[in-house]
Write a protein that binds this ligand. Structure first.
Ligand code: ATP
Length: 449
């Protein structure tokens, strides 16, 4: 039995209707598992990314930022193991032409044998043998489309960090332990993408590589595990929907000394799934790049007079998948006392909400729209606001609840003479009367954390 309800379908429709997320190239029938972020979606994603950047880079003296390119030297991917090892086993059905991962639990029998049954069309003996499929997107650099000009769209941001390890260390004069963080696009030709923005072929990563002295790696691994879980809780994700999943020895990637995922309960049959990975990668990556590039990637510790290849503890989180967790976590349907129609609320943390306040004139006359417009223009300098004068006031409140706006400010009959407005709280529905001059002070501190 799922612990949490499945709200995915409702979210897909809300996201399209309200301008959070649209299917890519929708007017052409869409592109498989690629999504565009609309006006509210891009605000929410940026707020999330800025929160991560602030926690990981700006507020720390031991982490530096980086923005490395998507296209890299092809040898990078040989060194990292992606050309040889970044593969999924794929099977095709000769009858219905559908494709599956060979380890798809819905497949009965061994693919390539007569008793194997296709999970889509139900035919027996039509599934071919599993073949390895590389998840990297290939393209060509320069005018010649030959094997010498193949380049890859990066499947992770981490390699851009490893190859820049010494550039960053030497230019900033950081001493170990220190980290390098970046946010950027990654591409994976996933065989079984889906569940809305959970697994897509183009997505973003927020990765941080922390370089440490060998022997101190497990200590730092524990530290980052706790820090990252705290960060997810701080986003407002319900504590009972978050848990750690430890990779067993047989699940560990060949280079990993230890790995934990932060998992979130997405509800329904999807249930608990990874949103972030914390990995102790040892010296695998830097050693590989030394070998393939012929350049030393060592650190000299003046204090101990030791020279070594640092170990790396990595934290890797997807903003898209975390954004989906925020939507799933925040979505609720409520009945409202005395009203036939209930309301849909996105209980987003105010600091992450795309719009901080809706500003409404109670009616479209008696100078109320002018006053409300003036208030929204003034507040807009400090945070994002949305002015709305169309439809009944109750509907305008509902529209803001549904996109997670924490406050609604209404200019009413009393406002013009008393220079006050009502401020309605999204969650408690309580309304307070506040002086217009005190609005910034009232809302400001409530939307920062
Ligand atoms: P999975 O097992 O789900 O494929 P992974 O273990 O390969 O993920 P990592 O390489 O550790 O993922 O990437 C770190 C994070 O990047 C993931 O926790 C997830 O949030 C995000 N991510 C990875 N692949 C995708 C994808 N195809 N679509 C959206 N986000 C992704």
């Amino acid at each position: 039995m799922p612990n949490q309800p499945d709200v995915m379908e409702k979210l897909v429709s809300l996201c399209k209707r309200r301008g959070f997320i649209f299917q890519s190239s929708e007017i052409y029938g869409g592109t498989g598992s690629v999504w565009d972020y609309g006006p509210l979606g891009v605000e929410l994603k940026r707020n999330l990314q800025e929160r991560w950047w602030k926690a990981m880079v700006r507020s720390r003296s031991d982490i530096e930022g980086l923005d490395s390119a998507i296209l890299m030297h092809p040898r990078v991917w040989e060194a990292s193991g992606h050309i040889g090892g970044f593969v999924d086993p794929l099977v095709d059905c000769r009858n219905c032409k559908k494709r599956f991962r060979a380890d798809d639990p819905r497949i009965k029998g061994t693919p390539g044998t007569p008793d194997a049954q296709c999970p889509a069309c139900g035919m027996k003996g039509t599934l071919g043998e599993a073949r390895q499929f590389n998840l990297m997107f290939k393209t060509f650099m320069g005018p010649a489309e030959d094997s010498a000009s193949i380049v890859y769209l990066r499947p992770e941001t981490a390699q851009g960090t490893y190859v820049n390890f010494l550039n960053v260390q030497q230019s900033t004069r950081q001493r170990i332990p220190f980290g390098i963080a970046q946010i950027g696009k990654a591409f994976r030709n996933e065989i079984t993408p889906g569940n809305f923005i959970f697994r897509t072929r183009e997505f973003e990563q927020m990765e941080m590589q922390f370089f440490v002295e060998p022997g101190t790696d497990m200590q730092w691994f524990e530290y980052w595990k706790e820090e990252r879980m705290k960060w997810h809780r701080g986003l407002g994700l319900a504590p009972d929907r978050l848990e750690f999943h430890q990779h067993r020895a047989d699940e560990l990637a060949h280079y990993a000394r230890a790995a934990f995922d932060v998992q979130f309960d997405f509800g329904g049959t999807l249930g608990f799934q990874e949103i972030e990975g914390i990995h102790n990668r040892g010296d695998f990556d830097l050693t590989q790049h030394q070998k393939f590039s012929g350049k030393k990637l060592e650190y000299f510790d003046h204090a101990s007079n030791k020279r070594y290849v640092p170990f790396v503890v990595e934290t890797a989180v997807g903003p898209n998948r975390t954004l989906l967790a925020l939507l799933v976590n925040g979505y609720r349907e409520e009945s409202v006392e005395g009203e036939a129609e209930g309301r849909v609320v996105l209980g987003l943390l105010p600091a992450l909400a795309p719009i901080k306040a809706g500003v409404f004139p109670l009616v479209k006359k008696d100078g109320m729209p002018e006053m409300a417009k003036k208030i929204s223009d003034d507040l807009r300098k400090a945070f994002s606001v949305f002015y709305d004068d169309s439809g009944a006031i109750g509907r305008r409140y509902r529209r803001q609840d549904e996109v997670g706006t924490p406050f609604c400010i209404t200019v009413d009959g009393e406002s013009l003479s008393a220079n006050t407005v009502t401020v309605r709280d999204r969650d408690t529905l309580k309304q307070e009367r506040i002086s217009v001059d005190a609005l910034k002070e009232y809302i400001g501190p409530r939307i920062v954390e």
